[in-house]
Design a protein around this ligand. Structure first.
Ligand code: ZN
Length: 179
């Protein structure tokens, strides 16, 4: 197996809707461990499987971003948002767009249903930064990126950064670094 890494925009894996996970096997557990490591290395709060080019509805999170707080680690499968309340705008970044931060409008609080690693359905209500992280990661599972959620001004302000990512990607492709 090729070594897992975080793919950057505009890698096509980021646009493919992820598949429902129906079996939690050893390989999946290994992938989860790798994703958690990559997330901490990149100083992120969450990582969705499409960001490591795995086509599964799987996400890992630790909203403290602190590897010394493993009790805050969360791993969920097949998550969905079943209720939304309020909206709030705040700064957001993405590990697939390193260095790009923009204000994004999100629901302030959401109710989520997801499966944990025991295969049990979990329902919870989260708000503020946690709700933001969930919405961002669930978007990834649907092939939606935070640049799609930007308002007009944020989009304009990101234009040159996005062009740079596209240029970098093309270069890497030409060098054969991306299959
Ligand atoms: Zn992201």
């Amino acid at each position: 197996m090729e070594k897992m890494k975080i793919v950057h925009y505009p890698h096509p894996a980021l646009r493919h809707p992820a598949k429902v996970v129906s079996c939690i096997d050893k390989e999946l557990r290994l992938s989860i461990g790798h994703m958690m490591e990559l997330m901490y290395d990149a100083k992120g709060l969450g990582l969705a499987a499409p960001q490591v080019a795995l086509p599964y509805q799987l996400l890992v999170m630790n909203v403290t971003g602190d590897p010394m707080k493993p009790e805050c680690e969360e791993v969920y499968l097949n998550p969905r948002i079943v209720e939304r309340k309020g909206t709030v705008e705040d700064e957001e970044g993405c590990l697939s767009f390193p260095g790009l931060y923009q204000k994004i409008r999100r629901s302030k609080s959401i109710k989520i249903q997801a499966y944990d690693l025991k295969g049990q359905l979990v329902e919870k209500v989260v708000s503020d930064i946690e709700a933001r992280a969930w919405q961002h990661e669930i978007d990834h599972l649907n092939g939606v990126l935070f640049i799609d959620m930007m308002g007009h001004i944020a989009k304009l302000m990101s234009r040159s950064a996005i062009k740079d990512f596209e240029r970098e990607f093309k270069k890497a492709q030409e060098k054969g670094e991306i299959p």
